[in-house]
Design a protein around this ligand. Structure first.
Ligand code: SF4
Ligand code: SF4
Length: 366
């Protein structure tokens, strides 16, 4: 089953952000933009007609856009699957506006330790991320933890796996792509892979295999971003070939359908993965959908972890909740050295769902 149309709309609705992550370049941009609601609604309608099934509202921090709920609602009415990634700083106060509008909610957590997480993100956002997880669970919006791994936080893989397992939610292990971070070695990637089959862990094996083989070859590109993904900026421009290395920014003027199918854009899309800067590229958000467009080993290495994700999130979670009761609260997850040194353990409490917000200790010890 190879898609014939683009599958994903990658919508950068804002360039503003309340974090300053070490591995990200977006917050360094001088210009600040918010997408206009009317443009977003127009583009969503036309992107749906082009065949997309998923829309990823991103930024910057998407929760800094005041009209995000209207955008999500419109996308849902069009029958699209919505995904949202947040650093959690604004989620606790805006969560009620988003209930039942987000299909895949990713909350970024880069360490199981407050100081390491806040240092990586250059912001005081560790507790907000944990509170956001609890808040989402209270509202029956099961979030995923998005863990962007680089050299500096590799040691946090095991404790974050433990956290996700204790909460019965998914940990998405996402190796950072080297825009401004040091490249993970093959040994590091093998270490990540050793967690791939653990419960509540998602790691895209195709991305790991692809990285270990040196990434994209611009003479024989594996990148299919021009077929798979529509990338729109907050300035209402279509970005080609991709967000991080766009060489063309075409003003959309409410005509995405026409522009996408025009000869000029089709020719530009065909250059996907062929530019000099494409050599060795491993940008996972574009290769993940790209792997769906060619039947080979990477296709299967990309698909199978997605089945595992669905089984863990929608079946294993329910079985465990049914057998063991509500999982403990993320906000009670604390760092405690054990006898052997620096190990992280969770405080043994069980919270009733409707008491997560207060953080009160209730229920029996587990
Ligand atoms: S929260 Fe996201 S957009 Fe903001 S600086 Fe961090 S990685 Fe970049
Ligand atoms: S930079 Fe990467 S994602 Fe962008 S077109 Fe080149 S290979 Fe594809």
């Amino acid at each position: 089953m190879i898609p014939k149309k683009p599958i994903l709309l990658h919508y950068f609705i804002t360039t503003t952000c309340n974090c300053r992550c070490q591995f990200c370049d977006i917050w360094k941009q001088q210009e600040r933009h918010q997408a206009r609601l009317s443009d977003v609604l127009q583009n969503l309608t036309q992107a749906k007609r082009l065949g997309i099934r998923f829309v990823d509202f991103t930024g910057g921090e998407p929760l800094m856009h005041p009209h995000l709920p209207e955008m999500l609602l419109y996308a849902k009415r069009l029958g699209l699957m919505t995904t949202l990634t947040t650093n959690g700083l604004l989620y606790p106060e805006r969560s009620k506006e988003l209930v039942s509008l987000v299909d895949l909610l990713h909350i970024s957590l880069d360490a199981a330790d407050e100081s390491d997480h806040n240092t990586l993100r250059n912001a005081d956002c560790y507790h907000s991320a944990l509170l956001s997880i609890d808040k989402a669970l209270t509202l029956k919006q099961v979030p995923d933890i998005l863990f962007t791994v680089n050299k500096a936080n590799l040691k946090h893989v095991a404790p974050l796996v433990k956290l996700a397992q204790s909460l019965h939610i998914m940990l998405i292990i996402n190796p950072v792509f080297p825009i401004s971070a040091s490249r993970l070695s093959n040994v590091d990637l093998d270490y990540l892979l050793s967690f791939a089959n653990k419960p509540f862990v998602y790691i895209n094996k195709a991305i790991i295999a692809f990285r270990k083989n040196g990434g994209n070859d611009n003479m024989q590109p594996r990148c299919r971003v021009g077929d798979a993904v529509i990338v729109i900026s907050s300035k209402n421009t279509l970005l080609l070939p991709c967000f991080h290395h766009h060489v063309f920014a075409v003003a959309l003027e409410n005509d995405l359908l026409l522009k996408w199918n025009s000869k000029v854009i089709r020719n530009q899309r065909k250059k996907q993965g062929c530019f000099p800067f494409c050599k060795g590229c491993v940008i996972s958000c574009y290769f993940d959908p790209s792997f769906l467009y060619t039947f080979d080993r990477l296709y299967f290495q990309n698909i199978f972890p997605k089945f595992k994700y669905a089984i863990d999130k929608y079946i294993r979670r329910h079985i465990l909740n049914w057998m063991k009761g509500n999982p403990c609260s993320a906000a009670t997850y604390v760092k405690r050295p054990d006898k052997l040194g620096k190990t992280y353990i969770k405080r043994p409490v069980t919270l009733k769902t409707n008491d997560r917000q207060t953080g009160k200790r209730l229920g029996k010890r587990i």
